[in-house]
Design a protein around this ligand. Structure first.
Ligand code: RTP
Ligand code: MG
Length: 148
């Protein structure tokens, strides 16, 4: 089943939105495969946003995700990557649809609450950055048969 990497960014943790956002992914029908609270260091932050190196928002974005602990998660399910991006909403909260996470809780592109992989290839890269293989757990769950 397709996996995606989701990160609850520092503002989500500081504003007490962790439970509410996790609930959105759970209720959508995704299955949690990995989760931890971590303090991102500079090396990890720069690796995460490597594709944006050289852009004006690179350094502020790196500094932002190091500014407080974040919740790193792996969720799996049918079309997990695209489906999670839809739940999150557009990068700029002002353009995000009203019911999306960024549409509901975000105001500024530089503090946009949540990260989600933009492709299956990115998901594989990001999961490997944040998790050791043994930290991703494949387990049977009640309801699996209703969601595949
Ligand atoms: P993310 O990687 O965080 O899930 O966001 P995304 O795919 O929707 O957007 P992306 O283009 O990958 O940008 C990564 C993060 O950089 C910050 N950003 N700031 N000031 C700006 O114009 C600007 N553009 C991007 C955002 O925090 C964005 O989430
Ligand atoms: Mg991105």
């Amino acid at each position: 089943m397709e996996k995606t990497f989701i990160m609850l960014k520092p503002d989500a943790v500081q504003r007490g939105l962790v439970g509410e956002i996790i609930e959105r992914f759970e209720k959508k029908g995704f299955k949690l495969a990995g989760m931890k609270l971590i303090q991102v260091d500079r090396a990890l932050a720069e690796a995460h946003y490597a594709e944006h190196r050289g852009k004006g928002f690179f350094e502020p974005t790196v500094t932002y995700i190091m500014s407080s602990p974040v919740v790193a998660m792996v969720w799996q399910g049918k079309n997990a990557v695209a489906s999670a991006r839809q739940i999150m909403g557009s990068t700029k909260p002002v353009e995000a649809s009203p019911g999306s996470i960024r549409g509901m809780y975000g105001l500024d592109v530089s503090r946009n609450i949540v990260h989600g992989s933009d492709s299956v290839t990115s998901a594989e890269r990001e999961i490997a950055l944040y998790f050791k293989p043994g930290e991703i757990i494949d387990y049977p769950k009640v309801g699996d048969e209703w969601l595949s």
